[in-house]
Design a protein around this ligand. Structure first.
Ligand code: FRU
Length: 496
């Protein structure tokens, strides 16, 4: 069948003279460019891919369209680091030039096999704007960092019977000497599933079946993207990104959302007994996360801090999105909890602590907060509603509010000149047990805030695009609150 053509299906190798240089110059001085979050110099980034600590270095790949802030021909971009905070940009790792990946090198994961890093990804094929197919492909990175596509690609051609062309995002792992590949999939009846292949050499794969997830998804769920699987404290944890969930209570307000489950997986029968299942994050810009094992065998996560089908204010500068900070995952009281990786402390260049008391008022307590880690410990007196305003000025502010009465925490990003994404609402919220003490840790980086409440009981990621003077910090309350406040100035971790 003939392939689909559109100008956006063009690789970086086809860039016109000076095109990339001009693109880079267009946003190099943008006040919205993050300093320590992995982001593209130009073009659009989406999912993190192929995450690994390999041969003494951290490798992060990500979905990348070079030429503008649109979802076009996807490449795998590549950055690496020895410490998880200072990132070196490398040439694109996967440029989709082959027939089996004619419309992009889509998301996937990596696995170390015989001292080499195997990068699994989906070769996306389009026959028309609607019709597509998918091949599962392999590229191999050696100890020197050379990356070569496997000569007999694809390792899985096409999709198995019973599924549409939406089969993608391989997650590969080894268990008891056998290799398994999980893929996000759409059944022919347009419902979502995770399908499984197995292999004894990580190259030749046979279809095993569908994961029996034992979750009652609403019928509206039409695709499960980006499955991730790992063991943690003897439990089997699955993370995936369902499409088609509707908002419900405090959950699922984004166009696409992320779910995690904790349970027991039987790889023979493919039965997964779910003990716990919930939304992973409460923010606006969090999708397609992936995990990997860090230097000390800890479980680390990076996520795309973005959302599909929404226009972001930086689009007009021809760059879009960034990744989350690396977060460490742990099981606490039967739940999966995300906390900033301890390695992020290496970013700190200067720290200050103070104590603030506020009465029924709102009070500016700091300014120049653009590239900082902030820690707050609130000790509540009579206050019922209180909180923090980040990126604060007369006209703007990102508002985190605690409400003791309803035992909720909410985040509101409406108050910006460049407010965006309003079609999915400006507020996100979570239930939270609010006792006498509340702890909040925030990572601010020019156009993003990542907020960890009570050591990861609720986590919010929010992109905001403030005016240059909106860098104040305000506390507000309807009663007396004592607050210990620490700020850490953070250094640049990646070149613009
Ligand atoms: C998730 C996703 C993946 C796909 C990739 C394409 O954001 O849609 O399913 O592989 O993005 O860029």
């Amino acid at each position: 069948m003939e392939r689909y053509t559109e100008p956006k299906y063009r690789t970086v190798l086809e860039a016109k003279e000076n095109e990339l240089k001009d693109l880079r110059e267009k946003s190099v001085d943008s006040a919205w460019k993050p300093a320590y979050h992995i982001h593209p110099q130009y073009g659009l980034m989406n999912d993190p891919n192929g995450l690994a600590f390999f041969n003494g270095e951290f490798h992060v790949f990500y979905q990348w369209y070079p030429f503008s802030a649109m979802h076009g021909m996807k490449h795998w971009a590549h950055v690496k680091s020895t410490d998880l905070v200072n990132w070196e940009r490398l040439p694109a790792a996967l440029v989709p030039v082959e027939d089996y990946e004619s419309h992009g090198a889509y998301s996937g994961a990596s696995l170390e096999v015989d001292g080499k890093l195997y990068l699994y990804y989906t070769g996306n094929i389009k026959y028309s704007a609607e019709e597509r197919s998918a091949n599962q492909c392999l590229a191999i990175m050696d100890q020197e960092g050379n990356i070569q596509k496997y000569e007999n690609n694809p390792v899985i051609e096409g999709v198995p019977d019973g599924y549409t062309g939406h089969v993608r995002d391989p997650k590969v792992f080894e268990k008891n000497g056998n290799y398994y590949m999980f893929l996000g999939a759409q059944r022919k009846d347009l419902t979502g599933a995770i399908i499984v292949y197995e292999s004894d050499n990580a190259i030749d794969w046979s279809f095993k079946g569908e994961l029996d997830l034992q979750i009652d998804f609403p019928e509206s769920v039409y695709m499960l993207e980006c499955p991730d699987y790992f063991e943690l404290n003897g439990k089997d944890v699955l993370i995936f990104s369902p499409q088609g969930l509707n908002a419900d209570g405090h959950n699922y307000y984004n166009l696409y959302n992320v779910i995690y489950t904790i349970g027991k997986l039987d790889l023979e029968s493919l039965k997964y007994e779910v003990e716990h299942c919930q939304e992973l994050e409460k923010g606006f810009d969090f999708y397609a996360p992936q995990t990997f094992e860090g230097k000390n065998k800890e479980r680390l996560l990076f996520s795309w801090a973005g959302m599909g089908e929404i226009d972001y204010p930086s689009d007009k500068e021809d760059w879009a999105h960034c990744l989350s900070i690396p977060r460490e995952l742990n099981l606490v009281d039967g739940k999966l909890v995300q906390r900033p990786s301890d390695l992020l402390k290496q970013l700190r260049v200067k720290s200050d602590s103070s104590k603030v008391t506020i009465e029924a008022e709102s009070k500016n307590i700091d300014e120049g907060i653009e590239q900082h880690e902030l820690e707050f410990i609130f000790e509540l007196g009579e206050a019922n509603k209180y909180g923090i305003e980040l990126f604060s000025s007369e006209k703007e502010g990102l508002v985190l509010e605690f409400d003791r009465g309803s035992q909720t925490v909410s985040l509101n990003r409406k108050k910006f000149n460049s407010a965006f994404g309003g079609e999915y609402g400006f507020v996100r919220s979570s239930e939270l047990k609010i006792g006498r003490h509340v702890k909040v840790q925030v990572f601010v980086d020019h156009s993003i805030a990542e907020i960890f409440v009570n050591d990861g009981e609720a986590v919010f990621t929010a992109r905001v695009f403030p005016e240059e003077k909106s860098n104040g910090l305000k506390l507000f309350s309807d009663g007396k609150v004592n607050c210990s406040y620490t700020k850490h100035e953070l250094k640049q971790g990646i070149t613009r």
